[in-house]
Design a binder for this molecule. Structure first.
Ligand SMILES: [Zn+2]
Length: 340
């Protein structure tokens, strides 16, 4: 028994984190969310070069396709390899056969020049016709002028903004710092510590596994009037699993919750990347509906068709050699770990 759906959309991903698994332990055990950023992600992103970014994106895109995810909304940072990084990610995804919406996460963590170069990478990529959003890391790592400049650049380019909002308690001031800047086309990742009543416009991106992994709390996205979509925040791109986690987390605070809201959040992804509706994923299970999938493990795609081309057959990518991608990504991970 098989069923066909459109391609799944991962509405918040960090393809650069695909090489992080197995990385050397940080010098000090991270005991808070800020320390998780400082000890793990901000050391990792600073060590990336374009070749590592390429194979990290190839691996992340391959793993997405293998889970029936044909569109990724990516949020990238590599402070020592900014220029051209979004092209590298877009090329890698195109090579595998996965759609990607790129953004470079602007931040003042590396000074005003770092922020300027980040903005410029967004401008360069989108102006040249790249499918992208203007990225901002988060309000707690940006000066007010940088937030305003990024919002203005997005308006100028006719693009949205992709930003982390109130993921941890460190970013609790986000709604004040973003007052008057947000628009409906903005994407607001996490919003765990965002008050239920707020004035931010845009789609909220809920990342259940990441929020659990970082112990930041439960976003409880059902409380918001904004649209809600599902992401992974860089831990793979298995969106059926993300739906299942979103459902069970919702259930953990409300025993009357049904799988329907979490399924609706999954479907919001198609509003963000409408092309994915035309992709065809044939699954190992039938029916692909919320009440079945909430309680059915191990459902996997057998075939994926994009723009009339079979890009996954019998569960294996057709455009690239999966073993080669994994081997090359493994070599780059070794280089990355040596730098760490
Ligand atoms: Zn994120």
């Amino acid at each position: 028994m098989t069923a066909v759906t459109p391609g799944q959309v991962c509405a918040h991903h960090h393809l650069y984190s695909a090489l992080a698994r197995g990385m050397p332990a940080p010098p000090k055990t991270a005991a808070t969310f800020l320390e998780v950023l400082e000890q793990i992600w901000w050391r990792l992103d600073a060590a990336l070069d374009l070749e590592m970014i390429r194979w990290s994106a190839m691996l992340g895109a391959l793993e997405a396709l293998e889970q029936g995810t044909t569109a990724i909304i990516d949020h990238h940072e590599s402070p020592n390899a900014i220029e051209g990084s979004l092209d590298v990610i877009a090329e890698a995804c195109a090579t595998v056969g996965v759609r990607v919406v790129c953004a470079y996460g602007v931040t003042d963590r590396h000074g005003a020049d770092g922020a300027r170069r980040g903005l410029e990478e967004n401008r360069r990529f989108i102006s040249a016709g790249g499918r992208g959003l203007v990225g901002i890391h988060a309000t707690f790592t940006c000066e007010d002028e940088t937030l305003a400049a990024a919002a203005a650049l997005a308006t100028e380019l006719g693009a949205g903004v992709h930003i982390h909002v109130a993921e941890g308690a460190e970013d609790i001031d986000a709604p004040q710092k973003l007052a008057g800047l947000t628009r409906p086309e903005w994407l607001l990742a996490h919003c765990v510590h965002l008050p239920t009543d707020h004035d931010l416009q845009g789609t909220i991106l809920h990342n259940p596994r990441s929020n659990l992994n970082n112990a930041v709390g439960y976003a409880n996205p059902a409380r918001f009037s904004n649209p809600v979509a599902l992401g992974t925040d860089g831990i793979g791109a298995n969106m059926i699993e993300s739906f299942r986690l979103a459902y069970v987390m919702h259930r953990s605070v409300d025993v009357t919750a049904t799988p329907d809201p979490s399924w609706a959040w999954l479907e919001t992804g198609w509003d963000l990347v409408p092309e994915a509706r035309n992709d065809r994923v044939t699954w190992s299970y039938e029916p692909m509906d919320p009440w079945h999938l909430a309680f059915t493990p191990g459902v996997r795609p057998l075939q994926v068709e994009m723009d009339g081309e079979i890009v996954l057959e019998d569960g294996a990518a057709t455009r690239v050699d999966p073993a080669e991608v994994r081997a090359k990504a493994g070599e780059q991970a070794k280089r990355l770990f040596a730098r760490l």
